[in-house]
Design a protein around this ligand. Structure first.
Ligand code: BEZ
Length: 253
């Protein structure tokens, strides 16, 4: 996917800001080797590096990595796919914020992460959980059906698991799950009236089936359906029904 890194940084900083306290769950120690999966523009990698840990950021997007190298000069950044990732040396910890819902199949992602950790190493991650952006998924499916595409009920390009489902994926890869929580996070978007369209430009790209005009027509249709539910007239902002799954797991010694 070709990420719009500039629009991501300008209007969607909430993605990394809301992930800041996930670093507390990781508790990185000076000298530890930490892998940041789907590091994006490197803002959280920089905070991890500030604790004295050595950070390696992995991301598919060259545009995102360019910004990450500026945000975190002490980090090492690699363009690559987690599903193919085989590090020369294992890590003490893996951190991932708002990335694992893009990486499918999740079983393979879990296996690769397990293999990338030292025995006793930990994984701390936040991703969209079951029901995440449910109203958007519904509006996308309705709109795509209206535009002539065959949709299965609930079909979507992302992976938003329940606690039980994801704990099983991790356990089958060999992890011991030590913490999990699923919670709602109604998230205001920046950009006023345009907020939803900006969000869709960055995160809704996998929904697109045609050129710019076609995409604009899909996004307009979705915005029309969603406005009564997600647009707050008083504040003049869109609020998206995020639901997050936070999970911590260990590779047994
Ligand atoms: C999320 O971070 O929750 C998300 C990302 C992409 C699409 C939908 C939701």
């Amino acid at each position: 996917m070709d990420w719009n890194a500039t629009l991501y940084e300008q209007r969607h900083s909430f993605v990394w800001k809301r992930g800041e306290d996930l670093i507390e769950l990781l508790s990185p120690e000076p000298g530890e080797r930490i892998l940041d999966v789907g590091c994006g523009t490197g803002r959280l990698a920089a905070q991890i590096a500030a604790t004295g840990a050595h950070v390696t950021g992995l991301d598919l997007s060259a545009a995102m990595l360019e910004q990450a190298r500026l945000a975190c000069p002490r980090g090492e950044f690699m363009e690559g796919d987690l599903l193919e990732f085989r590090p020369a040396e294992p890590f003490d910890g893996i951190f991932s914020n708002a990335a694992l819902h893009w990486i499918k199949p999740p079983e393979r992602a879990a296996e690769r992460q397990f293999a990338a950790l030292k025995p006793g190493g930990r994984l701390v991650a936040e991703l969209g959980g079951t029901g995440n952006v449910a109203s958007l998924v519904r509006a996308a499916n309705e709109s795509l059906t209206e535009m002539g595409f065959v949709r299965e009920p609930g079909e979507m390009p992302w992976y938003f698991p329940s606690i039980g489902e994801y704990a099983l994926v991790l356990e089958r890869a060999g992890f011991e799950v030590v913490y999990a929580i699923l919670f709602d996070r109604l998230t205001p978007l920046e950009g006023g009236e345009n907020g939803l369209r900006d969000w869709l430009e960055v995160f809704g790209a996998p929904l697109a089936r045609g050129g710019e005009e076609w995409k604009a027509s899909l996004f307009n249709r979705m915005a029309e359906k969603l406005k009564p539910q997600l647009f707050d007239q008083t504040s003049g902002e869109w609020r998206v029904d995020y639901r997050r799954l936070r999970i911590a797991a260990r590779r047994p010694v």
